[in-house]
Structure formats: structure tokens, C-alpha cells
Design a protein around this ligand. Sequence first.
Ligand code: HEM
Length: 462
Amino acid sequence: MPSETAPESADDVDPSTLPLPPYPPEVPSRVSQFYQQASDVFAFGERALTSRDVVRTWMPGRENYLLGHPDHLKRALLTDRETFGKSEDFRIAFGEGLVTVEGEEWRRQRDALQPLFTREAVTEYADGMTTQIHRRIDRWSDGERLDLQAEFTDLTLEVLFATVLGRELELDGDERLRRAAERLHGWFQPTSYVLPNWMPTPSRRRFRSGKEAIREEADRLLAEAAAGAPSDPADADDLLSLLVGIRESGGTDSAMLSDERLRDQMVTMVFAGHDTTTTTLTFACWALANNPSVRDRFHEEVDALGADPTVDDVADLGVTDRVITETLRLFPPVYVIPREVREETAVGGYRIPEGANVLLPVREIQRDGRFFEAPTQFRPGRWTGDLPRELHDFAYAPFGGGPRICIGRTFALIEAKLALATIGRRYRLEWCGTNAPSGEPPTDPGMTMRMEPGQRFEIVER
Ligand code: HEM
């Protein structure tokens, strides 16, 4: 087991004098590395990082450098972030939206969008969230066996559209848009990921058609926003009205606010803003169903509210809060944060070459026994003691960290808590799927972590 502190001092040396990181000694053959990554990327990551924090892995046409210590995460996201840039894959896929741009352009975009994501703004959205949550879960019935991941995919898209994107989706319609949102993840299918970006694969074709459909929707919403943009951008409460309002009032530079850039921004928000919360809700339900004593405490807490939760209750929902926190620790939707090294550098006594693909394995760091007791167990109670105060500041990073920390985290947390608590007042959920012998749920690592498709929960009316 490596030590709790990464050997930072080793990083002060001239990197060109250092060796490249080793391949995982347990899997020295490059071909086996490739097959193991393709068949079970989580098991492979755990094995590769068992006894070291820096390791190199091979795939056809690319090598990845895993930096598995919170000190490394902190360096890449905060203290040395100029060296660790955003990777090109995202820009090719998503254009010039907030997730991909860098430098001054990123600062301007972040400042422009921030007003939609402050606590105050999210509080304003909360009624809209609640309406969407009720609309969907009111249709569930006692004894039904539901694919909750599919339900939450719909719900989180409905919430995102009704709030940040400013239009309510039809409950049983808008199929094209729903399908398009799903297809955005096709770019990062493991089977395509190892192939050059120019190569057309079925999942990349699906990705392109999904992206096109969302851009068309952006055009429709842009026309509406242009017709009704408030005279003061500060009064805008959705993405496109805000950006069109800034444009019309002559604020900030025009390239950032071109129609093309606004389309990219919309695709970015749909991509970043719903699948992640879907995963959080699905795995939280799995965790509750598989931990009856936690589930009892959760039901007690939400029953004590006396009425369906509102945003004013969220701060008092301690058990619900810890269930979400612990779910995001064990099952971080963004289970690995990618970066590209801008200039040769040293990490943990190894040389990381210019242009290297760096992977920051959030899931493995959050399951590291050096930082968490009984790391693979679901124990929301661990967050009540001294842990939050004593924990390394980058040992828990489901939303990333540093200046590029997730802009939507308050939005996501309030949405997830409201949804879980509202469901918990009305229903108990029973898990119908089969866990792995280790007790882990059937998980499907794609672009974001997901449950294997088609897993069901029984809905029991309380
Ligand atoms: C539980 C839910 C969520 C999780 C776990 C999550 C996770 C993350 C992570 C890890 C990053 C940093 C990526 C990096 O550094 O490369 C990020 C960035 C981002 N997220 Fe989220 N996210 C969630 C929800 C949302 C929501 C609801 C929205 C929008 C409505 C959103 C929009 C974004 C955007 C635009 C960025 C880029 C921010 C920047 O680079 O300045 N996310 N998210």
C-alpha cells in the first residue's frame, strides 16, 4: 500500500531525468491490459493502483497515465492546473462550451453563466424541480417493477429543460429530444474510444445525430429568446435568454455569444447536466434498497416532514444528505477526470511526457483505504463524525475541484435531495436485480458511470 502522502518532493526534479511510470506489474502484457480495461475498467483500475499511485496503461493508439493520489488530483485541478489542460476529445465532441474551453475564454463564459447556478438561482428553480418530480412519480404504482435509471434519465432531462433551459418537455412526448440527449454519450463508448477520432463508428454516428437534434432545439429556443429577451440580462432566468440578453445589451465579447457558440453551450448543458444526476439517484435508490437499516432512518426523516419537501427543508434532511454524499463517494458519476499534459512534468518520481493523456481516477481515490475506513461499504454515518474536517481536501471530489469545479453542483444536490425525499415519502423501493458476489451493483462504465441497462426496482406504496 503506498503512503498517505505522495512524494511531492520527487516532483521538483528535472522530469527528463526520470523514468516513465511502470505498467501495472500484475498485468505486464499490453494486450492483457487492453482486454482487462475493455472488459472491466473498474476492476482493472483497482488492480493497477493497488500498490502504487502512478501507473501507465496501454490501449491501441494511446497510453493513459493514471495519477491515483489526492495530492495529484489537487495538483492537476488546482495548484498546477496550467500544466494539466482539458483534453482534445471533449473539444472535438462538444465544440466551445463551458466544459471544454480554456484560459480567458473559459473565465468569461464561467462569469456569464454563473448567475444561473448560484444558490439563490437554484432556490428559484426549486419549485420547477418539484413540479417535474411530482409529474413523473405520481404515475408510479404499487407493485410495479420499474427501470429507475430510465425514469431518472427522463426526470432529470425534464428538470433541466423546465429550469435552466426554459421550456417544459411533454411528459409522453419530445421523444426526439430525449433520444438525442441519450445519444450524446455515444462519443465516449469504450469500443469507439480507442479508435481515432475521425473514424466513423455506429456510436459516433448516433452521437452526431443526437448533437444535431439538440442544436436544432437550440435554434428554436434562440429564436424565442431573441423575441422575448428581458431588457436587463439580470432578469433572465434561463440559459439562452441570459446569453441573448447579454448579447443584445452589448456586454462582453461577441465571439463568445455567437449563435454557434450558444448552440455549443446548449449541447454542453444537456450533456453535463442530466446523466450525472440520473446516476446519483439510481445508485442512491440501490444503496437504500440494499441497506434496510439506513432506509428505515431515511423514511423516518422524510415522514417527520409532515408534507412533501420543499427547498426550505433541504438543509434539515441530514440522513438524505449523507445518503447522497456517500452515494457520490462510492459511485461518482464522473468516475475519472481526463486531462492532457501541456509540458513534460514530474509526478510521484516519474516523467509524464508532453501531450500525455492523464486520467484522475476519482472512484479509486474515493475508495482508497488510506482515507476511508471500510472503503467499499456504504456507510452514510461516516460523514457525521470528524471525517469531513480531517479528510484530505481532494480525497472526495465527485464534482472535481479548483476553479473548474462543477458549476451545477448546487443545482444537482438540491435536485437529488428533493427527488429522493419526495420519492421516500410515498414509496419504498425494493431491488429486483442481482449484485455481484462482492456486493457491488451491476455497473456499466461509459462516459459517466451508469447501472447496467434494464435493472428494475419494485415500487411499494407506503
Ligand atoms: C451529481 C451530478 C453532477 C456531477 C457528479 C458532476 C460532476 C462534474 C465534474 C467532476 C466536473 C469537472 C470536470 C473537469 O474538471 O473536467 C463537472 C463540470 C461541469 N459540470 Fe457537472 N456534475 C453534475 C451535475 C451537473 C449539472 C446539473 C450541470 C448543469 C446543469 C453541470 C454542468 C457542468 C458544467 C457546465 C461543467 C464544466 C464547468 C467548468 O469547466 O467551468 N453538472 N461536473
